[in-house]
Unconditional design. Structure first.
Length: 101
């Protein structure tokens, strides 16, 4: 395994695709024990990242659920009708009924 550099300046393990194919079980054991993402390269190009299910959930699924919640909230707000005038609904109703006799 090689080492790569993450965005925060730390190092991550890098494995090539052939190594993943030959040693998948031990690589997954290492991922489980360290919890650190493992970069997967093919040739000299990075093509995938292995992360724990917990890391995936917090980084992607929770974020997607929050985005979906915000979209729903926005669509609900758009469905609200703006007031047509400054009169209350009671005043409009009295106007429709006409003056009292």
């Amino acid at each position: 395994m090689e080492s790569g550099v993450d965005d925060e300046g730390g190092t991550m393990k890098t494995v090539n695709a052939l190594d993943v194919r030959n040693r998948l079980g031990s690589i997954l054991d290492e991922l489980r024990s360290t919890g650190e993402p493992i970069l997967v390269s093919k040739g000299r190009k990075l093509c995938a990242v292995l992360v724990t299910p917990e890391d995936f959930k917090t980084r992607f699924l929770d974020k997607q659920a929050e985005e979906d919640r915000l979209k729903l909230l926005q669509s609900i707000r758009q469905l609200r009708r703006p007031k047509r005038g400054k009169a209350s609904s009671l005043a409009v109703l009295r106007g429709l009924r006409g003056p009292l006799k």
